[in-house]
Design a protein around this ligand. Structure first.
Ligand code: ZN
Ligand code: ZN
Length: 135
C-alpha cells in the first residue's frame, strides 16, 4: 500500500511535466539545481537546462514524454545541421541512448562554447604534431 520513493518521485515528475506543458511555470534543473524558466526558451519543448545543458530522459520521440527511464542526459557534443542550426547531442547516463536537441534561445553561450570546444581543448596528440602525418 505504501508507495515506493521511486513511485512518488515519478508522480512528482509527472505533475511537473503538466506544469511545463502550460508553459507558465519553471522547473528546477535536476543536475545543477538552478531554477529554469520555460518562458525564455523560444520553443514549446524546453528539454534541457540553459545553464548546464543537461536534460532528462523523458521522451522516446521528441515531446512525447513516453520514456520511463528518467535518467540524467549529459550533453556530449554540439553538431551543426544543414543551414547552420546548432543542436546538442545528449547521452543518457542510465540507458545510453543518444538524442539530438535543438539549442534554445536562452541557452548560455559560454556553456555552448565550452561544449563545442571540449574536444579541441583536450587533443589526443600534441598540438605540434598537427599535420605531420600528411608527409
Ligand atoms: Zn542545469
Ligand atoms: Zn535513459
Amino acid at each position: 500500500m505504501a508507495k515506493s520513493i521511486r513511485e512518488i518521485k515519478m508522480a512528482a515528475q509527472r505533475a511537473q511535466m503538466v506544469e511545463e506543458d502550460h508553459g507558465d511555470e519553471g522547473f528546477t534543473c535536476a543536475y545543477c539545481g538552478k531554477v529554469v524558466s520555460t518562458e525564455m526558451a523560444g520553443t514549446q519543448h524546453r528539454n534541457h537546462c540553459p545553464h548546464c545543458l543537461h536534460s532528462l530522459h523523458l521522451d522516446n520521440e521528441p515531446g512525447d514524454r513516453a520514456s520511463v527511464c528518467h535518467g540524467d542526459m549529459e550533453p556530449i557534443a554540439v553538431w551543426v545541421r544543414d543551414g547552420g542550426e546548432w543542436a546538442i547531442l545528449h547521452r543518457c547516463k542510465e540507458c545510453g541512448v543518444i538524442h539530438s536537441n535543438r539549442i534554445a534561445a536562452d541557452d548560455e553561450s559560454l556553456a555552448l562554447m565550452k561544449l563545442a570546444l571540449k574536444p579541441v581543448s583536450s587533443l589526443p596528440f600534441p598540438l605540434e604534431f598537427l599535420g605531420r602525418d600528411r608527409q
